[in-house]
Design a protein around this ligand. Structure first.
Ligand code: RIB
Ligand code: CA
Length: 340
């Protein structure tokens, strides 16, 4: 399963990338870095460092656009930390970026391998929108497209009605959904949105289970009563860095009254792309608001054809959180063991 990942590496993007590295059946073709949680250069530094940490320095990392199509870039250090990976301090990668531009890489790869590539998009859709402008046949050339983005009849996480990826670059999201309108159902993007990704609510017990699965001798305790910013002392390197990322993310969610939990949106999208997660979907025609100031980035799904427009998305309507966490612990724990 050949996957091309576009991410704005933040903490849950990092988990998605690590998860893909844990899947022997996944060929990670390349990682493109889009501005969102952090700027594009920081996302790329995180991607290079994470791939090295996971023993995959062979996977190309590129950047493309440095800002959204029309609106100014807004990042979110409060959510993912100043460098986008919480409290983790990853050893810097020894290699540098691939010289190609992200859009060039998307178009070249899709043309070279028609019908083979799965696009996994866990960032604002800036680079993917630019790639669609460069190659309008992308929806036909790709085998499948999985998007983490939007929220449908469910409260936003950035404004009362807008989800982060859609809000950072609403014009790109609007162009992407418009590009898929009228495609046969099997080619419509699978959309993982807040109403189901917030069910994938990682908790401290999952960090403890991950450490155990990785063979750590001591229990890995990340607890709400501990002082903020405590650093992990796990004996396993991957577990230590993941624990340091998630502690920051737990503290962020607690600060926004969500509890000492972590919504790992992008990990869920990665498991959908890898074909290892159950999900049910509903076909819809999605609108992304790009005019009304208070509603920028708001996504609306017409499931009933009331607008008389062709569908452009298959929105995930059901998932199985417990199975998702069992899969995460099993797969990433096994990867961690191999890395030592
Ligand atoms: O709204 C959640 C999404 O925005 C995730 O992809 C997270 O990483 C941020 O990019
Ligand atoms: Ca993301």
């Amino acid at each position: 399963m050949a996957i091309l990942l576009d991410c704005d590496t933040g903490i849950d993007d990092a988990l998605a990338l690590i998860y893909l590295c844990s899947q022997p059946h996944v060929e990670l073709v390349a990682v493109t870095s889009t501005p969102g949680n952090v700027d594009a250069a920081q996302a790329a530094r995180n991607n290079l460092a994470l791939l090295e940490l996971c023993g995959r320095p062979d996977v190309p990392v590129v950047i493309g656009a440095s800002s959204p199509l029309r609106v100014p870039l807004v990042t979110t250090p409060e959510t993912h930390g100043p460098q986008g990976i919480g409290y983790a301090e990853l050893p810097p990668a020894r290699r540098t970026l691939d010289a190609r531009d992200a859009v060039e890489l998307w178009v070249e790869a899709a043309r070279a391998r028609p019908g083979e590539l799965t696009a996994l998009l866990t960032a604002p859709l800036t680079n993917f929108a630019l790639a669609l402008r460069a190659e309008p046949r992308l929806p036909e050339l790709l085998r499948r497209t999985v998007i983490m983005g939007g929220s449908y009849y469910y409260q936003g996480n950035t404004t009362p009605t807008a989800e982060w990826n859609a809000h950072v670059d609403p014009h790109a999201a609007a162009e992407v959904f418009a590009a898929f309108a009228g495609q046969p159902e099997e080619r419509l993007p699978t959309v993982c949105a807040l109403e189901t990704t917030e069910r994938i609510e990682l908790r401290p017990e999952h960090v403890a289970a991950l450490a155990e699965a990785a063979g750590c001798a001591d229990p890995e305790l990340v607890l709400p009563e501990q002082p903020e910013g405590l650093r992990s002392r796990a004996s396993n390197g991957l577990v230590r860095h993941v624990s340091d990322m998630l502690r920051f993310y737990f503290e962020f969610h607690r600060g926004y009254d969500q509890g000492y939990v972590a919504h790992v949106h992008d990990y869920f999208a990665a498991s959908v792309a890898a074909g290892t997660a159950y999900c049910a979907t509903r076909t819809a025609s999605v609108h992304v608001e790009t005019e009304a100031p208070r509603l920028m980035g708001t996504t609306v799904a017409d499931y009933r054809g009331l607008w008389g427009e062709p569908p452009n998305a298959r929105i995930v309507s059901d998932n199985r959180p417990d199975e998702s966490f069992a899969e995460f612990v099993r797969s990433v724990g096994a990867l961690a063991r191999t890395l030592g």
